[in-house]
Design a protein around this ligand. Structure first.
Ligand SMILES: Cc1ncc(COP(=O)(O)O)c(C=O)c1O
Length: 375
């Protein structure tokens, strides 16, 4: 296939799920079986995905946000507790800390990886701190050696938000299996996509039991309509799990293509004094979610939003980095220097398995040429 040209104004989406396996067949099978709420695909997903990721237990839930809430509740976080979150993050982690009645405390991020900075994390600890949520943004994995060590020293839970980093590894172990509990999202743009959906991963049988209880109204297994604790309905449907099972069958290919997309971007966007791609530590092997580039603060460069608009004119959809938490009303407070700097200058370029190398080269050429002051 020839690569798109400017004149054609191609529309290159920022993300696109790959539903090219047995998704349709399994969904139809689930429909025909009449098991449309719980069912065998949910059980299969709970067996196969943790096994693939090297986790002992996995509890399927209806999205990555409830996965975080379930994790926080399972370790007993509640009013009076503080939980440390990165100041540059997707908001779900902070929102769910508030949802369980605890207080999110922001720590700054590393200027190159854009992930929780261990020293800022250490400095944010108080006697009320009970947990930390490293958020593995864009396919990267936080410095889990340092973060895990600090958390251990302070008797803290580590809840990894691996929504954007499914199958990325840190020293050969999957993101989401490195802390007390890991959370995943299966939203449409994610590496394993079911529309909406998620999972919590843990090694701990007691946490697994508690999360299953809380996911299903707090109802005791084997005693119908008897509720031991206050619970919720966070269940994944059999229809969504059917899609997930088909996705798992293709997961090696999906991850391979996302790795290729990453490598191609790295080749095409070599050193440039105008921007810096997100840095991945040597111990991280990423399965890319999106390719993030930070524009460097230079007076001769157009603003980030201008660059995004110019790319859209050329048919390329991009996204901005997340807003710093401290810039938004629910979390307003003193800004963290790196989080606020990074949040203003990050552009996220398209990344999905079907994105071919020629199109990536086209995106990179368009990106670098839009950085010229004249556009
Ligand atoms: C880092 C991160 N955490 C949590 C979530 C929430 O997941 P969901 O949309 O499945 O609720 C997302 C986004 O989708 C995310 O990117």
């Amino acid at each position: 296939m020839r690569s798109p040209t400017t004149a054609e104004k191609p529309r290159i989406p920022w993300a696109r799920p790959s539903l090219v396996g047995r998704e349709r067949e399994y969904v139809v099978d689930a429909l025909d079986s009449t098991w449309i709420s719980g069912g065998p695909y949910v059980e299969r997903l709970e067996r196969e995905l943790p096994a693939r990721m090297g986790a002992r237990h996995g509890v399927a839930v209806n999205n990555g946000t409830t996965a975080l809430q379930l994790a926080l509740m399972a370790v007993g976080i509640g009013p009076g507790d503080q939980v440390i979150v990165p100041g540059f993050t997707f908001v779900a982690a902070a929102n769910m800390v508030l949802a369980v009645g605890a207080t999110p405390v922001q720590a700054d991020v590393d200027p190159d990886t854009w992930l929780l900075d261990p020293e800022s994390f250490r400095a944010a600890i108080t006697p009320a701190t009970r947990a930390v949520i490293p958020v593995h943004l864009y396919g990267n994995v936080a410095d889990m050696d340092a973060i895990g060590g600090i958390a251990r020293d302070h008797g803290m839970f580590v809840i990894e938000d691996a929504a954007e980093a499914a199958f990325s590894t840190h020293r050969g172990r999957c993101a989401g299996t490195l802390g007390t509990i890991g959370t995943l999202s299966f939203q449409a743009t994610k590496t394993l996509a079911t529309g909406e959906g998620g999972m919590v991963l843990t090694e701990d049988a007691e946490l697994d039991r508690r999360m299953r209880l809380l996911r299903d109204h707090g109802m005791r297994r084997g005693r119908r309509y008897w509720h031991d604790v206050v619970g919720y309905n966070f269940r994944l449907t059999n229809l969504q799990a059917a899609v997930g099972c088909a996705q798992i069958e293709q997961i090696e290919g999906l991850c391979r293509e996302r790795r290729r997309v990453h490598e191609t971007y790295r080749r095409c966007l070599a050193d440039d004094p105008r921007f810096r791609p997100q840095r991945f530590a040597d111990e991280v092997s990423p399965v890319l979610w999106t390719f993030g580039v930070r524009l460097l603060p230079r007076a001769d460069l157009p603003a980030r939003d201008v660059v995004m608009a110019r790319l859209l004119e050329r048919g390329i959809e991009t996204r901005p980095g997340f807003h710093a938490l401290s810039d938004m009303p629910p979390y307003a407070g003193p800004s963290l220097p790196v989080a606020s700097q990074v949040s203003r200058n990050v552009i996220l370029l398209p990344a999905y398995p079907a994105l071919d190398d020629a199109t990536i080269a086209f995106i990179c050429e368009a990106f670098t040429s839009t950085l010229a002051p004249s556009g």
